[in-house]
Design a protein around this ligand. Structure first.
Ligand code: PAF
Length: 283
């Protein structure tokens, strides 16, 4: 267990992280988060720890990625518990800036546009969301200067878009995806799960069950996957389905054979949940 150093400002961060020019041998890995850390984040941090000599976790609830009427104000903020988790997982530096440290001039005039992939699935329901995500991730890359950064597969579209940004903008950062961590009953861990009442939590389980049903049908092809997953969702009340989508790994049309992704989003009570699983279609 290491007590992490804490940086709230850019100047403090500069004093704590090694700069690229200082060392050719040590690698710096960043795990960007919005705090409210749970075992899913711990998995990402452990993955990062195994890849780098210096490990930075950022904790920043990014207003730019929340739309009007979304849950920015009630997004859980649990900094002391986040620090304790970081200490347990040997994080070297926690970067926890205030909003005006990240956006000193208010709304930035130059932003990262995600392109067409930012307007489908999550992007269709949350216009501007991925512009906010990519802009803050680009800023964090600029501020921290990591060699690698770890993101969860739970927001699979986010991971695909960040990979795309890094490729398209030639950012010298390796993007590493970490598998979704689930409760024993299948519920994907999420900072928003704490908003679910016990009854809603039970309803929420249908998301992972539907994905599992789709996965079990993967050898029978795309139609079977969609039908099996849809049947599970249709059999449940109290769930407001946003989308069930079967895609290729880059979120394009699903191939008849080969690697694919099955993604789902739904509102349970007042809480919007997302989940996804990998598949291999066809025999
Ligand atoms: O996945 C998240 O927690 C956020 O979208 C991220 C990547 C930290 C950017 O604010």
């Amino acid at each position: 267990m290491t007590t992490p150093s804490i940086a709230h400002t850019r100047a403090e961060l500069v004093g704590l992280v090694r700069r690229r020019a200082d060392s050719h041998s040590r690698s710096l890995v960043l795990v960007p988060t919005m705090g409210a850390l749970h075992a899913g984040h711990a998995g990402l941090i452990d993955l990062a720890r195994a890849r780098g000599d210096q490990l930075v976790v950022s904790v920043f609830v990014n207003p730019l990625q929340f739309g009007p009427g979304e849950d920015l104000d009630r997004y859980p903020r649990t900094f002391d518990a986040d620090l304790a988790l970081c200490a347990d997982h040997d994080v070297d530096v926690v970067f926890a800036p205030a909003v005006d440290e990240v956006y000193p001039g208010g709304q930035p005039q130059v932003v990262v546009e995600p392109g067409p992939l930012g307007t489908v699935l999550e992007g269709a329901s949350r216009p501007g969301h991925y512009r906010g995500v990519l802009t803050v991730v680009a800023k964090l890359f600029g501020l921290v200067g990591p060699d690698a950064a770890v993101f969860g597969e739970k927001d699979y579209q986010q991971l695909v878009l960040i990979r795309r940004m890094v490729d398209d903008l030639c950012m010298p950062v390796e993007v590493v995806g970490g598998e979704t961590v689930r409760e024993r009953d299948g519920l994907a861990l999420s900072s928003r799960n704490r908003f679910l009442s016990p009854a809603e939590r039970t309803q929420a389980l249908v998301l992972s069950r539907a994905l599992r049903a789709g996965q079990l049908a993967q050898s029978s092809g795309t139609d079977a996957v969609r039908q099996e997953a849809r049947a599970v969702l249709d059999a449940t009340s109290g769930l407001e389905l946003d989308y069930l989508a079967l895609t290729d790994e880059a979120l394009g049309p699903a191939p008849p054979h080969g690697p694919a992704r099955l993604l789902v989003a739904a509102r349970v009570g007042g809480t919007r949940l997302i989940d996804n699983v990998p598949l291999h279609l066809g025999s």
